[in-house]
Design a protein around this ligand. Structure first.
Ligand code: HPA
Length: 273
């Protein structure tokens, strides 16, 4: 059924546009501003596309934007789906399957995250070098369709070292504070308790968030290259640094610092073009 659903979504999109994206971009909370920079070819609201869930979160727009960004053909998700919205991780990651089927070979994922690294500050960019999946589900659970990828995908080189090095070099050249880090994915929707932030720090995480890992697992399952970045919107470690956190603050901070990430993504694409 799953494969047929992908085909149905793709054939619907193909009736609207013949655009062939090379790169898929997922813009996280507050990071949708990058879509303004795209030379737009076609925009399709999620609710029109067969089998696409609907985005329910404030700060997420809910549309696929096709076009060119610095000369590269991209499809951008302005707004993603989250496990905490009640979707299964198969639903959450369905758009990644579709974007790959449309032609995308590289996934650029972004998110807003809390930092549990004492050297990070709000507004920093952190390129994800590895992750810890603490979500209670996995998008690859259940029957495996070999046409999409293997039953037991390897996760050794999940995040492209080469692209990350390029992204870090761009950030440095622009004078942005940027790091590499390990992202821990939690189900949310609550932010973590002080004890949980301490625990995340101890198990080797630098970042805590509620997204990205499901999409990355599915992208790697299908053999896509992946680069992912977090914008630090709040700090959770050490406990003295924790402040009250709200979704509005997270979106606001992401909008501020997201502009820097937008610059890095554009330059990275220019280097790929
Ligand atoms: N924890 C989890 N998810 C988040 C956070 C956080 O502190 N900040 C932004 N998204």
């Amino acid at each position: 059924m799953r494969y047929e659903q992908i085909e149905q979504a793709v054939s619907f999109i193909r009736r609207k546009t013949s655009f062939e994206p090379e790169v898929a971009i997922i813009l996280g909370s507050g990071l949708g501003g990058l879509t303004d920079e795209i030379e737009e070819e076609s925009t399709i609201p999620y609710h029109d596309i067969p089998h696409f869930p609907e985005s329910t979160v404030a700060g997420h727009k809910g549309q696929l934007v096709f076009g060119r960004l610095n000369g590269v053909s991209v499809v951008t998700m302005a707004g993603r789906f989250h496990y905490y919205e009640g979707y299964s991780l198969r639903q959450v990651t369905f758009p990644v399957r579709v974007m790959k089927a449309l032609g995308a070979k590289l996934l650029i994922a972004s998110n807003a995250a809390g930092s549990v690294n004492p050297d990070h500050e709000v507004g920093d960019l952190v390129f994800i070098k590895d992750h810890i999946n603490l979500m209670p589900d996995n998008p690859l659970r259940g029957p495996n369709d070999e046409r999409l990828g293997p039953r037991f995908p390897d996760m050794l080189n999940t995040y492209s070292k080469e692209l990350m090095a390029k992204a870090l070099a761009i950030a440095e050249e622009k004078g942005f504070r940027a790091h590499q880090g390990v992202y821990a994915a939690l189900q949310g929707p609550n932010f973590e308790t002080p004890a949980e932030y301490i625990w995340l720090h101890r198990i080797g995480a630098d970042l805590a968030g509620m997204s990205t890992v499901p999409e990355v697992l599915v992208a790697r399952h299908m053999g896509m290259d992946v680069i992912a970045a977090s914008v630090v919107t709040d700090v959770g470690y050490p406990p003295e640094r924790i402040k009250h956190t709200s979704h509005e603050e997270v979106v606001h901070m992401a909008e501020q610092a997201g502009k820097k990430l937008g610059v890095v993504i554009r330059e990275l694409l220019a280097a790929l073009a």
